[in-house]
Design a protein around this ligand. Structure first.
Ligand SMILES: Cc1cc2nc3c(=O)[nH]c(=O)nc-3n(C[C@H](O)[C@H](O)[C@H](O)COP(=O)(O)OP(=O)(O)OC[C@H]3O[C@@H](n4cnc5c(N)ncnc54)[C@H](O)[C@@H]3O)c2cc1C
Length: 284
C-alpha cells in the first residue's frame, strides 16, 4: 500500500484549506473511518492524504428551537446515549441502534453515513422520514438542503469538491415515528429493507421512507398519502401498506428478491405505523 499522510486540522478553516491542496483526488476525508478505510483497500490511485475530522468541534449535538442539531462527527454511540432521542425522535434512535455493533457505533458518525450514501444505510430512511436537512460547508460558505436532495445515488451525493457535511438538523420532535428493518443475519448483516415512518404534527402529515433499496433510500409519498391524522384507521394503514408494496424501488438484487421485498415492505409498513402510534404491532 502507498504511504498515506494523516492530517488532523483543529479548525474548520484549516480543514477546508487542507482539502483544497494538491491535485484532485489526493485528499480523502475521514471521520470514524468505518467505511472509508474499508473502501480504500485496493483503491488505485489512492489518496496521498487522509484529512481526519476528529479534532473539529463537531462531535456534539444540541436541542434547539424544538429540534435537534447533530454535529457531523459526533459518534453515533454518544448521540444514542441521550435519553431525549428515544422520546422525541424514536425513528432515529431505532435506526442508530440498528447500525452494526456498539463498538462500531463508537467510531461511526452521521456525517460519514450520509457521505458514503449507501443504499442499505439504516440512518438515511429515518432522516428522510423525519424531514432532516444537512448543513454543508465549503470555502465559498455554508448551505443547507434536505437529505432527500443531498442523497443522489449509491456513493454519490450533492457535496461539491472540497465541501464537508458540518451538521444534520431535525426540524422538530416527532414522537410518532419508528424505524424497522429486516436482515438475513440480524447481528452482522446489512438490511434487506429498512422502513421509517414519521408523523409531522404540523401540517399533520405522515412521511414514509424505504431503505435497503438500490440505488438509494427513497421517500414513498404514495403510501404516506393514505394516512390521515395522528392515529390512522386500520383500513388506511392497510391501504398504505398495499401502496408501499407497489413502490418501484422494490427490486431484486443480491440481498433479496423483488417479491420478498414487496412482502416485507407491506408487513413492516403496518408494524412501523402501529409502533409509532403505540399500538400492538400485530393486533388480534
Ligand atoms: C462491520 C460494519 C458493519 C456496518 N453496519 C452498518 C449497519 O448496520 N447500518 C448502516 O447504516 N451502516 C453500517 N455500516 C457502515 C458504516 O459504519 C456507517 O456508514 C458509518 O456511519 C460511517 O461513518 P464513519 O464516520 O465511520 O464514516 P467514514 O468511514 O469516516 O466516511 C465514510 C464516507 O463519508 C465521507 N465523510 C465522512 N465524514 C464526512 C463529512 N463530515 N463530510 C463529508 N464527507 C464525509 C468520507 O470521505 C467517506 O467517503 C457498517 C460498517 C461496517 C464496517
Amino acid at each position: 500500500m502507498t504511504p498515506v499522510e494523516l492530517v488532523a486540522p483543529a479548525t474548520e478553516t484549516e480543514a477546508l484549506e487542507e482539502l483544497a491542496r494538491g491535485p484532485a483526488g489526493s485528499r480523502a476525508i475521514v471521520a470514524g473511518g468505518t467505511d472509508l478505510l474499508f473502501d480504500l483497500q485496493g483503491a488505485r490511485p489512492g489518496p496521498t492524504h487522509l484529512v481526519s475530522l476528529r479534532r473539529l468541534p463537531w462531535r456534539t449535538h444540541a436541542w434547539e428551537a424544538g429540534g435537534l442539531r447533530v454535529g457531523a462527527t459526533e459518534p453515533l454511540r454518544t448521540l444514542e446515549a441521550d435519553p431525549r432521542l428515544g422520546q422525541e425522535l424514536p425513528a432515529l434512535a431505532q435506526a442508530i441502534a440498528a447500525v452494526g455493533s456498539p463498538a462500531l457505533r463508537r467510531q461511526a458518525t452521521l456525517g460519514g453515513n450520509l457521505g458514503r450514501s449507501a443504499p442499505a444505510s439504516d440512518l438515511a430512511p429515518a432522516l428522510l422520514a423525519l424531514d432532516a436537512e444537512v448543513e454543508l460547508v465549503g470555502r465559498a460558505g455554508a448551505r443547507r438542503m434536505s437529505v432527500d436532495r443531498f442523497l443522489r445515488s449509491s456513493r454519490s451525493t450533492a457535496l461539491l469538491a472540497g465541501e464537508l457535511v458540518r451538521s444534520v438538523r431535525l426540524p422538530e420532535a416527532r414522537p410518532r415515528s419508528a424505524y424497522l428493518w429486516q436482515r438475513v443475519r440480524p447481528a452482522n448483516d446489512i438490511s434487506q429493507i429498512g422502513l421509517a415512518v414519521a408523523f409531522a404534527p404540523s401540517p399533520g402529515l405522515w412521511r414514509v421512507a424505504l431503505g435497503g433499496v438500490p440505488p438509494r433510500p427513497v421517500l414513498a409519498p404514495d403510501a404516506a398519502r393514505e394516512l390521515a391524522g395522528d392515529r390512522p384507521a386500520a383500513r388506511e394503514i392497510a391501504s398504505a401498506a398495499e401502496r408501499l408494496a407497489a413502490h418501484p424501488a422494490l427490486v431484486s438484487d443480491r440481498r433479496a428478491t423483488e417479491e420478498h421485498r414487496r412482502r416485507l415492505a407491506a408487513v413492516l409498513c403496518t408494524r412501523a405505523i402501529r409502533t409509532a402510534v403505540g399500538e400492538p404491532r400485530d393486533p388480534p
